[in-house]
Design a protein around this ligand. Structure first.
Ligand SMILES: Nc1ncnc2c1ncn2[C@@H]1O[C@H](COP(=O)(O)OP(=O)(O)OP(=O)(O)O)[C@@H](O)[C@H]1O
Ligand SMILES: [Mg+2]
Ligand SMILES: [Zn+2]
Length: 255
């Protein structure tokens, strides 16, 4: 059991006096406790347990990229501080592998959790697997709940959107989750490394379509379906990651 708060004896209220009349005030511990509970149930993967804006570093060797990463960070910070009074209820990080999308998505989620919003991290592939196994008759209830949770949680962090074999079932499932959240103006913070012409245009870039040629990777629309993609753009501020070196490779070299 958690230690009982000494200030309020675990009641959440502190007795006191105001103008000679006894009165009680709320003890801070209830907010701290709620925040801890939210963080514990968010399922942030261990690798990103400490990811925040404070430990997101700007590349020293690439001032152009550093400047655009700085504006990405400002964008993330303002979204997370202003939510739900934001232009759009969600964020969509688009960019190449290892550019910090998941790190920043978690960083945004962390600020929201500190502000008391309930977040839940799901790896896209894993979410689909769990939903699918929920449909297979004999599985446990927790898997059945995966779908419901993905609809209902205040803030859904959906990592690596589109990284899955595309089938009608996948497309229908993603469309229904995104449509429900979009209709109910529920926050979705998603990341993807699939190319998307619109996402590139939104940032005034050509994006990752190779010059003069076409990108032979599957596009976001091909992967999740055009209806889900359309709603994603409606409900998310698109954050296009600048071209930086894959941080995983960079780090492995400096070790
Ligand atoms: N600018 C940065 N400063 C500090 N750590 C970083 C930075 N960019 C990435 N990282 C770290 O590098 C690793 C890879 O970053 P991350 O997982 O966010 O990349 P990603 O864009 O989500 O890649 P993928 O498309 O492969 O999922 C993580 O451990 C992350 O914390
Ligand atoms: Mg990622
Ligand atoms: Zn207390």
């Amino acid at each position: 059991m958690d230690k009982v708060c000494e200030k309020c004896d675990g009641t959440g209220w502190i007795p006191g006096e105001s103008h000679g009349i006894s009165a009680v005030t709320r003890c801070d511990c209830i907010f701290v406790e709620r925040r801890d509970r939210i963080e514990r149930s968010a399922s942030i993967p261990p690798l990103y347990q400490t990811a925040s804006l404070e430990n997101f570093l700007l590349p020293k060797d690439n001032p152009v990229a550093a400047r655009s990463l700085q504006s990405v960070m400002l964008n993330v910070r303002s979204y997370a501080r202003e939510f739900p009074q934001t232009d759009k209820p969600g964020l969509l990080f688009v960019g190449e592998p290892g550019t910090g999308k998941t790190h920043l998505a978690v960083a945004a989620g962390r600020i929201l959790m500190e502000r008391g919003f309930e977040c839940l991290f799901f790896d896209y592939q894993n979410l689909l697997d769990r939903i699918r196994s929920g449909y297979d008759a004999a599985s446990g209830t927790s898997d059945r709940e995966a779908y419901r949770t993905a609809l209902d949680v205040e803030v859904l962090l959906l990592d690596d959107l589109g990284a899955h074999r595309t089938t009608d079932w996948v497309e229908d499932t993603v469309t229904s989750i995104i449509t429900y959240r979009c209709n109910n103006r529920k926050a979705l913070i998603a990341t993807t490394n699939l190319p998307d012409v619109e996402a590139a245009a939104a940032s005034g870039e050509r994006g990752n379509l190779s010059p003069g040629g076409r990108d032979y990777r599957r596009t976001l629309g091909e992967s999740i379906g055009m209806r889900a993609r359309s709603r994603l753009f409606e409900m998310c501020r698109v954050i296009r990651m600048p071209a930086v070196e894959d941080y995983r490779i960079k780090k492995s070299r400096s070790l």
